[in-house]
Design a protein around this ligand. Structure first.
Ligand code: ARG
Length: 459
């Protein structure tokens, strides 16, 4: 144990498997820049309260910047005993500037506050990047919806043909879900970007360190209010994973729709080659692997969320090593979510659509609701018109004629209140254009939705 930072009271060595089991450097090295920024801010603050002289601070800052460069250039040499990024950097600082000054850096500080600080700084940056990716996805959806607003396709419930809708309206249905995701992301980031630095191991800093100043230097919005809560807190990771899991529900569902719509049976869309793969056996195959991975990776995201919540739920107050288990889910989730949004953006922007196929998939029975609404406009109660329209559907089935081919006479046989103008019901364009109320599938209502998406992006 003599190489370890905490080795003072230890005599025997660690079980070799325990060394590996305990170490987090293989994954927390990703935090090297944040760890160094945190250390510089901490040293600067300690130079203002008499713990470090100006000269000592200068040496520490310079040494830390050298080490940061080593990491960035992939030249950092990991040594035995470097159990995590914090110990690795401090050990190296001793080598670079000498142990006498390097040994003062950690005054009043604990790795408990360090790791929480590093993770929050890192996650905040990644969330800002993810926010941009999400906005790009929403822009692709908004601009495709605008450009392709004319096309009509079947809208489904229970995967059964339900009512005609605009293709743009379907796109915007996901645009609307992603808008809420964007709002939630911004909301969640507020609780990520708060500083725990200066909390010590659990009880607070005894040298009057200026936490506000450190937080400001590091770009945090504010400081966390309680040291015991601050070192215990992985809620910010849980909340991020909850956020991303909800997002991945939407990603998975749009992927599922598109997989279906890209089958020969539907044929509404075709994926660009850039997002498809072939079969090693069947030469004709073009498989939507991108979409299947989007759907599959949602499972991975939810799994990490469930795993993290289980890891945290029984942990007593303040820091316990269980909390180290929050790093890998956080890192993996960032990658999953960030990559997935970008892949979906690529798929969506390069997708080829086949409006003629969409139109061919429409059938007159999808206008049965419009037929009922026709009678409603003549003053008949909807419950009655629903029944009447149902009888027309049955008649169409019985006679083997599509509903729109029934004569006015045949329709009047079902209900005498059908007039000559009933034929106007059998018009898909008219059907969708009637739905002008906010959020509906008429052109004007779709354009309103596009504006809402753009406003959310700019908010
Ligand atoms: N590698 C540790 C983690 O990620 C840093 C904190 C260690 N603190 C401690 N008291 N052992 O959680």
């Amino acid at each position: 144990g003599e190489n370890m930072l905490w080795g003072g009271r230890f005599t025997g060595g660690l079980d070799p498997l325990m060394v590996q089991y305990n170490e987090s450097l293989p994954f927390d090295r990703i935090l090297f820049a944040e760890d160094i920024a945190g250390s510089i801010a901490f040293a600067r603050a300690n130079s203002k309260n008499g713990i470090l002289t100006k000269d000592e601070f200068g040496q520490i800052e310079k040494g830390l910047k050298t080490i940061e460069k080593e990491w960035a250039e992939n030249k950092f040499k990991v040594a035995a005993g470097d159990e995590d990024i914090h110990t690795a950097n401090e050990r190296r600082l001793g080598e670079v500037i000498g142990k006498d000054v390097a040994g003062k850096l950690h005054t009043g500080r604990s790795r408990n506050e360090q790791v929480a600080t590093d993770m929050r700084l890192w996650l905040n940056k990644r969330m800002l990047e993810i926010e941009e990716h999400l906005e790009a996805l929403m822009m692709v959806i908004a601009s495709r919806a605008e450009a392709e607003i004319d096309h009509i396709m079947p809208g489904y419930t229970h995967l059964q043909r339900a009512q005609p809708v605009r293709w743009a309206h379907w796109l915007l249905s996901y645009g609307s879900q992603f808008s809420s995701d964007l709002e939630r992301l911004r909301e969640t980031r507020k609780r990520v970007n708060r500083s725990p630095l200066g909390f010590g191991a659990l009880a607070g800093n005894p040298f009057g360190i200026d936490r506000d100043q450190m937080a400001k230097e590091l770009g945090f919005d504010s400081v966390m209010p309680n040291s015991m809560a601050g070192v215990a807190d992985r809620d910010f990771v849980v909340e991020f994973l909850q956020w991303g899991s909800m997002l991945m529900i939407h990603v998975s569902r749009i992927a599922e729709d598109l997989i279906l719509y890209s089958t020969a049976e539907f044929g509404f869309v075709q994926l660009a080659d850039a997002y498809s793969t072939g079969s090693s056996l069947m030469p004709q195959k073009k498989n939507p692997d991108s979409l299947e991975l989007l759907r599959g990776k949602s499972g991975r995201a939810f799994g990490h969320l469930a795993g993290l919540m289980m890891s945290v739920k029984g942990v007593p107050s303040t820091y316990n090593k269980d909390l180290q288990e929050s790093l890998e889910p956080m890192i993996d989730h960032v990658k999953t979510v960030s990559d997935s949004i970008q892949i979906l953006t690529g798929v969506t922007s390069t997708l080829k659509i086949f409006p003629a196929k969409m139109e061919k998939a429409l059938s007159p029975d999808m206008l049965a609701t419009d037929l009922a609404e026709y009678l409603v406009r003549k003053g008949v109660p909807f419950r009655e018109t629903h029944h009447t329209s149902g009888r027309v559907v049955a008649l169409a089935e019985k006679t083997g004629k599509p509903m729109d081919q029934l004569t006015v006479k045949e329709l009047q046989g079902v209900d005498a209140r059908f007039g000559e103008d009933v034929k106007l019901c059998f018009d898909y364009q008219k059907s969708v254009e009637q739905r002008t109320a906010k959020g509906g599938c008429s052109k004007s209502a779709c354009r309103e939705q596009i504006e809402v998406i753009k406003k959310t992006i700019d908010a």
